[in-house]
Design a protein around this ligand. Structure first.
Ligand code: MG
Ligand code: MG
Length: 257
């Protein structure tokens, strides 16, 4: 992948813009989260996200993203066995007991923020809740390794260990990535790997970490719409993501309010 070879270390001024893009992205999340109720069409979630972006003079880098067909929406909405890249539609409605993953990007003043969350609709099973907890915990375990002097393999290994030690699976086919002027830059950061390997982290490196976790298998397949990725065994999945900057001290999460 060509994008994975291009690493751009950001200046403090560039990080300020990325932080602003991240705030907007977090505002999109907060708005969509309020709408996660039974009966709501996934296209309505996309429309609400677009309204927030418009208000902030931002757009989504997802819209028309190159693929087999240009991606048609500003967010992705994935329900239950759908892991990533689910296309919002008017027909698809949320049901009580579903778990939903929302992924959104914000392009603002030349920089991108990228983050995702998963949440339940109405009452969800304790197994589904555990999956959400483990996936979010894996993201936090990865973020904790985003320190100057560590390597990307330290992040990957931390995420893999967190997930697999709790009996869940991480996908091999989709990864975290550098983020900046482009949604996808180097370095590529898989959700599995070996400590001590990979790119040396230094202040100004910005990465979108995104554990994608499955209950029954690491294998996935793509639906005939050419975008939606599901678990190969149709088991439940979840996805959490933040864009984070390496600093001289603590990791700086860009995609929070
Ligand atoms: Mg994303
Ligand atoms: Mg991403």
């Amino acid at each position: 992948m060509d994008w994975a070879r291009q690493i751009h270390v950001k200046t403090p001024a560039e990080l300020e813009i990325m932080r602003e893009a991240g705030r907007i992205n977090a505002t999109v999340h907060a708005t969509v989260r309020e709408l996660l109720k039974p009966g709501v069409a996934t296209a309505d979630l996309n429309a609400a996200a677009e309204e927030v972006l418009r208000k902030h003079n931002a757009v989504s880098p997802f819209k028309n993203y190159p693929g087999p067909y240009p991606y048609p929406a500003s967010i992705t909405v994935c329900i239950n066995d759908e892991l990533v890249h689910g296309i919002p539609t008017k027909k698809r409605k949320l049901k009580s007991g579903d778990i939903v993953s929302i992924d959104c990007g914000t392009s603002f003043e030349g920089f991108v923020a990228d983050s995702a969350f998963s949440a339940g609709v109405g009452e969800i099973s304790s197994a589904a809740q555990e999956l959400l907890n483990v996936t979010e915990g894996a993201l936090m375990a990865g973020i904790d390794k985003m320190r100057s002097g560590n390597r990307t393999g330290d992040i990957s290994a931390a995420i893999q260990k967190y997930v697999e030690s709790r009996g869940f699976y991480v996908t091999r086919e989709y990864t975290g990535h550098g983020v900046g002027r482009q949604m996808h830059e180097g370095p590529q950061v898989p959700n599995y790997g070996t400590s001590g390997r990979g790119l040396l982290l230094r202040p100004g490196v910005t990465i979108a970490l995104e554990p994608m976790v499955l209950v029954g298998t690491a294998k996935t397949k793509v639906l005939p719409d050419q975008w939606t990725v599901i678990s190969a065994d149709k088991s439940l999945t979840a996805h959490f993501e933040h864009s984070i900057a390496v600093t001289e001290g603590e990791p700086l999460i860009l995609t929070v309010l």
